[in-house]
Ligand binder design. Structure first.
Ligand SMILES: Nc1ncnc2c1ncn2[C@@H]1O[C@H](COP(=O)(O)OP(=O)(O)O)[C@@H](O)[C@H]1O
Ligand SMILES: [Mg+2]
Length: 291
């Protein structure tokens, strides 16, 4: 259910200071105007008669043209959060403002481009026909749609595989096809759920470069879920950390590296400092370790 008026739970429960702190975490001053604004979002699943809390009063903004990465332990609700923004499911409470408007789930469908964790290619369509689907559903004629998809195939090293069916592609190739389909739709907000998870290191690097290039050319915004702290820092303007289930926003890390980003920035002091802070937040290293 979507609350019609936004009444922060924490205020009602007397958790005034926490609500204030989380509000300030949601968007730093001077951020671009949000095109996605999530407030007080909580979600649960019903499992074998029990209620499983998955997201807990999440506040999160993505600004126009901004790239936000979301990291957190497995099961912290990252995919659920993207499902909610995409309109596949409705949260228990909270407000989702997309391009300035609040809509129920079914009206959020299709407003953002969503690449889910599973590639979800149609088995009866060839690779290029799968990728072209994002344009065909918008009324672009089949020939033009496939020409555009074919062009993107070259960028991602998929040339020669246009007429191959998904079952004959490797996992990494299917993911790239799904990635092309997601990017072709032209939506201003892209939701990516671990898009590079199963790619080998070299393909992953070129897919990251391609993503950065497409986003910077089109001024699109992205919310990327990733397990990879380095990938988050390299790509994003801001990294948001969720706690373990139920996921709460426990940290936001603005990435101060200049753009265009290059891979050698990984060795910079700013990069290393951000990595340590994020790993600390994830409980993977401890503050002061080694000193
Ligand atoms: N459809 C569902 N029904 C019941 N439980 C679910 C469902 N989808 C996810 N979950 C559970 O909700 C929690 C959060 O899942 P998910 O959003 O996929 O987390 P993440 O993407 O951060 O790993 C997990 O414990 C998962 O098992
Ligand atoms: Mg997930």
């Amino acid at each position: 259910m979507v609350a019609s008026g936004w009444i922060p739970t924490a205020y009602n429960r007397g958790g005034h200071q926490r609500a204030e702190r989380e509000r300030s975490l949601a968007s730093a001053p001077g951020q671009p105007k949000p095109i996605l604004s999530i407030r007080d979002l909580s979600a649960t699943y019903a499992e074998q008669g029990a209620i499983l809390p998955v997201l807990d009063r999440v506040d999160l903004d993505v600004g126009e043209g901004e790239f936000v990465a979301l990291i957190g332990p497995s099961g912290s609700g990252k995919s659920t959060l993207l499902d909610i923004v995409a309109g596949l499911i409705e949260p228990d409470r909270g407000e989702i403002r997309l391009f300035g408007e609040i809509h129920a789930a079914e009206r959020r469908l299709g407003r953002s481009a969503y690449m889910q964790q599973r590639d979800l290619l149609l088995p009866w369509r060839t690779a290029v026909a799968n990728a072209a689907l994002a344009l065909e559903v918008k009324g672009v004629d089949r020939r033009t749609a496939r020409d555009q998809a074919t062009q993107r195939f070259i960028d991602l090293g998929l040339q020669g595989f246009e007429t191959v069916y998904p079952a004959q592609l490797s996992g990494g190739m299917r993911q790239r096809v799904a990635f092309v389909r997601t990017m072709l739709g032209g939506q201003r907000l892209i939701l990516l759920d671990e898009p590079f998870g199963s790619l080998d290191a070299l393909t992953r690097a070129s897919a990251q470069d391609w993503l950065l290039d497409v986003l910077s050319r089109d001024q699109r915004s992205a919310l990327l879920v990733t397990h990879d702290v380095d990938e988050a820092i390299l790509l994003a303007d801001r990294v948001v950390v969720l706690s373990g289930r139920p996921g709460r926003v426990i940290h936001q890390e603005p990435v101060v590296l200049p753009r265009p980003r290059t891979r050698d920035m990984i060795a910079s002091a700013a990069f290393v400092a951000a990595r340590i802070r994020l790993l600390e937040q994830l409980g993977l290293v401890h503050a002061g370790a080694g000193s």
